[in-house]
Design a binder for this molecule. Structure first.
Ligand SMILES: [Zn+2]
Length: 476
């Protein structure tokens, strides 16, 4: 039986967070009143002239450098011609044969190895408007041109990705880098990061490129992985039964978890690219590129290394904490005021991330700040609260934004470290469970845990566990 491997390439569109649009001075804002961020230029009135937004160029260079690309000394804009109701000019300004950045790469780490995914190109272009279909059962569609002319980068890989998991890892890494650069917020749900995938199969050990299928409409990294898994299965089935693969575009449906045919190659558009006569070609000097390179922030891979070196964190912790710039900043703020990075890491990775996920929140939305966490850890160190109680305090701080000391006081969560009080409880537990005491004496180590548990239960978790242990051992 022939063993197949997947050949996957990804195209990612990133909406840039510039103040204004790509070729006019309209605000670049998500969620404004429909058709409020528009002007004669982005509405494609005859006789208007586009002017390149310098930030688009700069953000493009930053992204290219962070992805290890060569920055072209010469590039230009081309018209990509097609008709669609959300595109009043009937062409999109894009870059065809002379893109801004070429020949980069991004390394991703799977469980087994580091995989280098080559990047074919990064180019600049503008977004189209948006159609709103059937609002309130209407039998017509509306067009909102606020997004028309918003600056985009298109980042295209070589077909170097071999598994759906690698595709997801590549996207996660790419998103982190772009967020670190501060050029986009990468919100898939708001469309500021969009991904299309190309995929074909071939027998393992060959380097042929078979007919590929394009998949669109994936709205999360998880969806990309699932869509690719499904497509591998579909193509595999076709090869097994001797049918041929037809070049086509398929749309992903997140609800049914399947793809369906959108269009075949016969209908594929011919964009009739030609150089835009309104925008002058761009000549970039090495000085400009180097000055932008010097201004790049520390990127996720470097920061991960530093977290391992400086804070002695395991690779796993460092990877999770540096996966977003905000989270890494949060962690560093904590450890600047607290001596035990591993302890901070545990609380941030386990409890903090869990609560953020549960409430679908971003780090910046959290009422629980680094100073909240540091104060709570200090209360634990002083023996004011136990580890078990700390979890309750943490959740309360997260929900209300109250400081640890206030929560402990309001909820009466002080740890009981009064020896005579605890001794009384220990005596009571021992006389209530003579059989367990007997078990322990016969060598059943677990029995002690049960007895400690009984005391903790009576105090609703507030007893100092070390002290309870000590008191029990003295008496058994
Ligand atoms: Zn405009």
């Amino acid at each position: 039986m022939v063993e197949y491997e997947a050949v996957i390439g990804l195209e990612v569109h990133v909406e840039l967070r510039t103040k204004t649009k790509a070729f006019c001075s309209c605000p670049n804002e998500f969620g404004s009143e429909p058709n409020s961020n528009v002007c004669p230029i982005c509405l494609a009135m005859p006789g208007t002239l586009p002017v390149l937004n310098k930030s688009l160029l700069e953000y493009g260079i930053r992204t290219g450098l962070a992805l290890n690309c060569e920055i072209a000394h010469f590039c230009k804009f081309d018209r990509k011609n097609y008709f669609y109701p959300d595109l009043p000019k009937a062409y999109q300004l894009s870059q065809s044969d002379f893109p801004l950045c070429l020949h980069g790469y991004l390394d991703v780490e799977t469980d087994l190895e580091t995989r280098r995914i080559r990047i074919n190109r990064v180019h600049m272009e503008e977004d189209a408007g948006k159609l709103v279909h059937g609002e309130g059962n209407a039998d017509y569609s509306l067009v909102d041109l606020n997004r028309g002319g918003v600056p985009l980068l298109e980042i295209v890989t070589e077909p170097d990705i071999r598994t759906p998991e690698e595709a997801r890892l590549y996207l996660e890494n790419l998103k982190a880098i772009i967020q670190y650069l501060g050029v986009s917020d990468c919100k898939m749900e708001e469309g500021s990061l969009r991904c299309d995938a190309n995929i074909s199969l071939r027998p393992v050990g060959t380097d042929i490129l078979n007919t590929k299928v394009e998949i669109k409409n994936m709205n999360s990294f998880r969806a990309v992985q699932r869509a690719l898994e499904g497509e591998i299965e579909r193509q595999h089935g076709l090869y097994e039964t001797g049918e041929s693969i037809i070049q086509q575009t398929r749309g992903w449906d997140d609800v049914t978890g399947t793809t369906s045919l959108m269009r075949t190659k016969e209908e594929a558009a011919d964009y009739r690219y030609f150089p835009d006569p309104d925008l002058v070609p761009i000549h970039l000097t090495s000085e400009l590129v180097e000055s932008i390179r010097k201004g790049l922030p520390e990127l996720p891979a470097a920061r991960k290394e530093r977290f391992m070196d400086d804070f002695g964190l395991p690779a796993y912790d460092a990877g999770v904490l540096t996966s977003s710039r905000e989270l890494a900043d949060y962690f560093e703020k904590c450890v600047s005021d607290y001596h035990d990075p591993k302890k901070v890491s545990n609380w941030v990775m386990v409890e903090f991330l869990r609560l953020l996920n549960t409430h679908n929140m971003e780090v910046r939305d959290a009422k629980l700040t680094p100073s909240h966490l540091v104060e709570m850890l200090q209360l634990m160190d002083q023996g004011t609260i136990s580890g078990k109680i700390a979890k309750t305090v943490f959740e309360e701080m997260f929900a209300t934004g109250k400081k640890a000391g206030i929560v402990v006081e309001e909820k009466g969560l002080l740890q009981i470290s009064d020896e005579s009080k605890l001794a009384e409880m220990v005596e009571a537990v021992l006389s209530a469970h003579p059989e367990v005491v007997e078990d322990y004496r016969k060598g059943k180590g677990k029995a002690l845990g049960f007895l400690v548990g009984q005391v903790m239960k009576q105090t609703r978790g507030k007893a100092n566990p070390q002290m309870v242990n000590k008191l029990l051992l003295e008496r058994i």
